[in-house]
Write a protein that binds this ligand. Sequence first.
Ligand code: GLV
Ligand code: MN
Length: 183
Amino acid sequence: ATIVPVLDFCVADPNGQALVHGMACKDPKLVTPEDFFFSGAHKPGNTSNPMGSKVTTFNVAQIPGLNTFGLSMARVDYCPGGLNAPHTHPRASEMFTVLEGTIEVGFITPNPELRHFKKVLKKGDVFVFPFGLVHYQKNVGNGKAAALVAFNSENAGMIPLGGSVLHAQPNMSEDIVARVLKI
Ligand code: GLV
Ligand code: MN
């Protein structure tokens, strides 16, 4: 379904009182071209971390002009073997385009089927991760890999599957973590 906007734009004002459909609108007289701009989508993110991957978002936090548009993007970089670990987006579907390299992608349907859809993608291939479902990517090629992704939310959010249990603040009890991870 498409919702027809009632304003040309509602550039996010982080200091204003947020509304249920997004952030407050900045005074249109104060809006500038910079509010609709992001630079650096060509720059590889730093993958020197345990997972060997890095997501660089360009959503409403970086581009205030995206507020209320239901749209954003990100760049993902992977070193050889790099993994973007299983996660979900609570507010978006995701469209994934390979810029470089060979990437295994997959998603899993909800209980009780837990069907695992997976595929190996190469440069130029596009894959869709359905709304809210757990998904992941792994660089299975010999070199670096990179992807450009689109979300139908200016603020898709990200829930790391293992991370949310392991790194909850305050921590979950060890018993709960151990039983989830079956150690
Ligand atoms: C990839 O799945 C991403 O959310 O960046
Ligand atoms: Mn994702």
